[in-house]
Design a protein around this ligand. Structure first.
Ligand SMILES: Nc1nc2c(ncn2[C@@H]2O[C@H](COP(=O)(O)OP(=O)(O)OP(=O)(O)O)[C@@H](O)[C@H]2O)c(=O)[nH]1
Length: 284
C-alpha cells in the first residue's frame, strides 16, 4: 500500500491558525525546505496564507544534497520570483547571511519605517516549514540558545516571545510546523524518504523501492558498493533488487527490515549526497 497521501493530522488546523495569528507580528516569513527535495518540500499553503508578506526560501541540509543541484535549484527559484538561499546547519550558520538576505528583500519597507520615525532597525521573522526540515536547529544556531528570549522588546506584542539573533534579527520562538498536503504519490515518497513523515504513516518497502529506483538511475556506483551488488543485479526488477539487498545485508527474507535499512542508510548519507527533485523535469 502506498504512503497515505490523505494523511493530514488534526493538529494541522491548530498550527495553521497559530501561523495566521503570528503573521501580522512579523516582517518576513522564512520558509525552510529540504535541499534534497526543495521543490517537493515547499508547502504551497505557506505563500498562499502569507499573501503579500515578504518571503525568504531557505534550503536546509545542503550538506546532504548534491551541491550542483542545489545551485540549480537556487537559480530556478530566483528565476521564478523567490528570494532563496541555502544553508548547512552542520556548519555554524551565520546570522549575517540570513539577515543580509532578509534586509535586501525588505529594503523599501525598512526605509519607509525609518522615514516614519521608527528607529528600530530590527527585522522580525518567523520560521516555518514541514516537520523535520531543520527549523529548531536553525533557531538554536542563530540565537546561540543562551541569548534566548527577549520578551520585552519595545514594539513587540505582549505575550509573544522573541529570540534575538545577531544583526538585528528577531525570531519568533515557536517555529510554525505546517504539514504537507501531498499532491501526488511521488512527493509523498520523497518527503517520507528524507524523514518528514512520521514513521507508521508509510510502508517501509514502498519508500525503499522508491529509493532504489532513484539510486539505481542516478547513483548506481554508490548503491552497488553499499550493498555489494554485481552488474547482473542491476538487471533485476526493483522488487527482486530489494530481495537481493535483503540477502546481502544478512536479513534472510525480512525485506521489511531491509527496507528500513535502505531508508536509514539514505538519510545517513551512506549512499552519498543526493537530490531527489530534478530541475530539468520541473522545467520540461
Ligand atoms: N546534516 C544536517 N542535518 C540537519 C541540518 N539541520 C537539521 N538537521 C537534522 O535534522 C533533524 C531535524 O532537525 P530539527 O531542527 O529538529 O527539525 P524541525 O524542523 O525543528 O523538526 P519538527 O520539530 O519535527 O518540525 C535533526 O536530526 C537535525 O540534527 C543540516 O543542515 N544538516
Amino acid at each position: 500500500m502506498p504512503v497515505n497521501i490523505q494523511w493530514f493530522p488534526g493538529h494541522m488546523a491548530k498550527a495553521l491558525k497559530q501561523f495566521k495569528a503570528n503573521l501580522p507580528k512579523v516582517d518576513i516569513v522564512f520558509e525552510l525546505v529540504d535541499a534534497r527535495c526543495p521543490y517537493s518540500s515547499i508547502n504551497p499553503e505557506i505563500k498562499k496564507i502569507s499573501k503579500d508578506k515578504p518571503h525568504l526560501l531557505i534550503l536546509t541540509k545542503s550538506d546532504l544534497a548534491d551541491p550542483k543541484m542545489t545551485q540549480r535549484w537556487l537559480h530556478y527559484f530566483r528565476h521564478h520570483g523567490y528570494a532563496a538561499i541555502a544553508i548547512d546547519s552542520k556548519q555554524h550558520v551565520k546570522s549575517g547571511k540570513i539577515a543580509k538576505a532578509a534586509r535586501q528583500i525588505l529594503g523599501g519597507q525598512l526605509e519607509h519605517r525609518h522615514q516614519r520615525g521608527i528607529k528600530s532597525n530590527n527585522v522580525r521573522a518567523i520560521c516555518v516549514g514541514i516537520p523535520n526540515v531543520g527549523k529548531s536547529t536553525l533557531l538554536n544556531q542563530l540565537v546561540h540558545r543562551r541569548a534566548a528570549q527577549v520578551g520585552n522588546t519595545p514594539g513587540v506584542t505582549k505575550g509573544t516571545q522573541w529570540l534575538r539573533s545577531g544583526n538585528g534579527l528577531l525570531l519568533l520562538d515557536t517555529p510554525g510546523i505546517l504539514w504537507h498536503k501531498f499532491q501526488n504519490q511521488t512527493i509523498a515518497d520523497k518527503i517520507s524518504l528524507v524523514g518528514s513523515v512520521k514513521a507508521g504513516q508509510y510502508y517501509n518497502d514502498d519508500v525503499a523501492l522508491y529509493a532504489l529506483k532513484f539510486f539505481r538511475n542516478h547513483h548506481p556506483d554508490e548503491l552497488a558498493k553499499r550493498y555489494r551488488l554485481t552488474k547482473a543485479d542491476f538487471n533485476l526488477n526493483d522488487v527482486d533488487l530489494l530481495l537481493k539487498i535483503t540477502k546481502n545485508v544478512g536479513m534472510r527474507d525480512d525485506y521489511d527490515r531491509a527496507s528500513l535499512r535502505v531508508i536509514l542508510d539514505t538519510r545517513k548519507e551512506k549512499l552519498g549526497r543526493f537530490t531527489l527533485d530534478d530541475v530539468a523535469k520541473v522545467e520540461a
